[in-house]
Design a protein around this ligand. Structure first.
Ligand code: F0G
Length: 409
C-alpha cells in the first residue's frame, strides 16, 4: 500500500529499500500511499482522539512496527494567535506555529522521530547527516535515544553555539568541515552511497520528510479542520516547505480540509536561489557558490529539494521572497517583544517575509496567516548579545534600581 516514487520519472521502489534517490534518473523520491486504502483504515482508527503530536498521525506514516518507534514527544507545538504583532503589521488573523517547542528545539524532531524509527526498522546501526546545526542536534538526540552510532558534519565555525553544544552532549561524533553546508552534504551523499552500513538522515531521505508533514496536519487540526490562507516558511535546503505542502495536499486528498493554502517560501538575501527562481519565473535554480547570512541555519546555496519546493510554491499558487539580515534581526526582536516568543534568526525570516509582503500589498489584511517559527531562540544567543541593548549594571542598593522605574505618576 505504501511505496517510494521518483518525482521526475515516476519509477517505483519498495519501502524496505535503502535508497535516497532514483536509480534510473537520479532525482528525488517521495513516499506514496494508496489514499482509498488509507481512508478505509482511518475510518476504523481512533487517531482523532489522540493528543496532538507527530504520532497522532501514525496511520499516515511509513512505519510498520509501532513497537520500534523512537520518540522524545515531538510535535504538538503551539499555534499562537499573535494579536499584538498582527495589529502592528496590519493583519487580522496571524498565527505563529512555534516549532521551538519540540524536544531539541526545532521542527527537525518531527522528521527524526520517523527517520530514526525507519533506521531501526531497516536494521541500521550507524546514522549520518550534514547540517547547519539543527538537523545535527536532532539526529544526535534521536540516535542517542535509539542507541545508534551517529556522525554529524557541520560547516566549521558557521553554526550557532547552542546547536554545537547539543550535538556534542548527545554523544555524536561532531565533524567540522572546512567548507560550507553544501560541501558537507555532498560528502555525506557520496559516503552513504558508497558505504551502505551508514544511513543518511538529511531531508533527501524520503522518510524523514514524512515526519515533517505532520506540521501541516497539526495546523489544520488546530484551526478546526481548516487550512489557513497562507503559510509562510523559512527555506534553506527546501525539505520542510515540500514536506508541509505534502501534508496539506494529503489532508485535502483525504477530505479533511476543503481548500489548500498558498505556500510562501522565505530566503535570506545572501542565500536565495529558490526565491530568485520564483521571482524570475524559472524552472531551475541557479546555485549560489558562497551563500552568506546571519541566519546560519539557512546559509545554503544549493538546496537539495529545490524541485519539490518550486512545485509546492507553484502548485499552491504561492510565492517566494527574500529578506535582508537586518530585516531578520528586526523581526526576531519584534516577535519576542510583542508576543513573548523567542525564535532563532532563520525562523524570524518568516516574520520578516510577512512584513515585506504586507508592505508590497501581496497579503490581504483579512487573510488567515500562519508563520512557521522553525527553531528556538536560545539556540543562538550570541546574535542577541551582539545586536541588543546590554543589561544595566548597578551598585547593590535600592536607589540605583529605583531610578530605573522612572518618575512616579
Ligand atoms: N529554519 C531552521 C531553524 C533550520 O534549521 C532550517 C534548516 C530551516 C529553517 C530550513 O529548512 O532546510 O528544510 O528548507 N536547517 C537544516 C539543518 C539545513 O541542517 O539544520 P529546510
Amino acid at each position: 500500500m505504501i511505496h517510494l516514487q521518483c518525482i521526475a520519472c515516476g519509477e517505483k521502489y519498495g519501502v524496505d529499500e535503502i535508497i535516497y534517490s532514483c536509480k534510473r534518473c537520479g532525482d528525488l523520491l517521495e513516499v506514496k500511499y494508496d489514499y482509498e486504502a488509507l481512508k478505509a483504515k482511518l475510518k476504523k482508527s481512533d487517531w482523532q482522539r489522540l493528543p496532538l503530536s507527530v504520532w497522532r498521525y501514525k496511520d499516515f506514516m511509513p512505519i510498520h512496527d509501532s513497537s520500534k518507534i523512537v520518540s522524545l514527544s515531538e510535535g504538538g507545538t503551539g499555534l499562537h494567535p499573535c494579536k499584538r504583532l498582527g495589529n502592528l503589521l496590519g493583519v487580522k488573523q496571524l498565527y505563529v506555529k512555534n516549532e521551538g517547542e519540540n524536544p531539541t528545539g526545532s521542527f527537525k524532531d518531527r522528521g527524526m522521530t520517523v527517520g530514526v524509527t525507519k533506521a531501526i526498522e531497516l536494521g541500521m546501526n550507524n546514522v549520518i547527516c550534514a547540517s547547519t546545526g539543527n538537523t545535527a542536534a536532532s539526529l544526535a538526540a534521536y540516535a542517542a535515544k535509539a542507541g545508534l552510532q551517529c556522525i554529524v558534519l557541520i560547516p566549521s565555525g558557521k553554526i550557532a553555539y547552542g546547536k554545537l553544544a547539543q550535538a556534542t552532549v548527545y554523544g555524536s561524533r561532531v565533524v567540522q568541515v572546512r567548507g560550507n553546508f553544501d560541501q558537507a552534504l555532498k560528502i555525506v551523499l557520496e559516503l552513504s552511497e558508497k558505504n551502505r552500513r551508514v544511513y543518511l538522515l538529511n531531508s533527501v531521505n524520503p522518510y524523514r520528510v514524512e515526519g515533517q508533514k505532520s506540521l501541516a496536519y497539526e495546523i489544520c487540526d488546530q484551526l478546526n479542520h481548516k487550512a489557513p490562507d497562507k503559510v509562510i516558511v523559512p527555506v534553506g535546503n527546501a525539505g520542510n516547505i515540500s514536506a508541509v505542502w505534502k501534508g496539506f495536499s494529503e489532508f485535502y486528498e483525504l477530505g479533511f480540509i476543503s481548500r489548500l493554502p498558498q505556500m510562501i517560501g522565505i530566503q535570506s538575501e545572501g542565500a536565495a536561489p529558490i526565491a530568485q527562481a520564483v521571482k524570475r519565473g524559472r524552472n531551475e535554480i541557479v546555485p549560489i557558490d558562497q551563500p552568506e547570512t546571519i541566519a546560519t541555519a539557512i546559509r545554503i546555496g544549493f538546496p537539495i529539494s529545490w524541485k519539490k519546493a518550486l512545485k509546492a510554491i507553484r502548485e499552491s499558487k504561492g510565492t517566494a521572497e527574500t529578506v535582508t539580515d537586518r530585516e531578520i534581526l528586526e523581526a526576531q526582536k519584534m516577535l519576542a517583544k510583542y508576543e513573548g516568543l523567542f525564535i532563532e534568526p532563520a525562523s524570524a525570516s518568516s516574520i520578516a517575509g510577512l512584513k515585506k509582503l504586507i508592505e508590497l500589498e501581496e497579503i490581504d489584511k483579512n487573510e488567515v496567516i500562519v508563520c512557521v517559527a522553525t527553531g528556538h531562540g536560545l539556540k543562538d544567543p550570541d546574535v542577541i548579545m551582539q545586536t541588543c541593548e546590554r543589561p544595566f549594571e548597578v551598585d547593590a542598593e535600592v536607589k540605583s534600581v529605583e531610578v530605573l522605574l522612572g518618575p512616579s505618576s
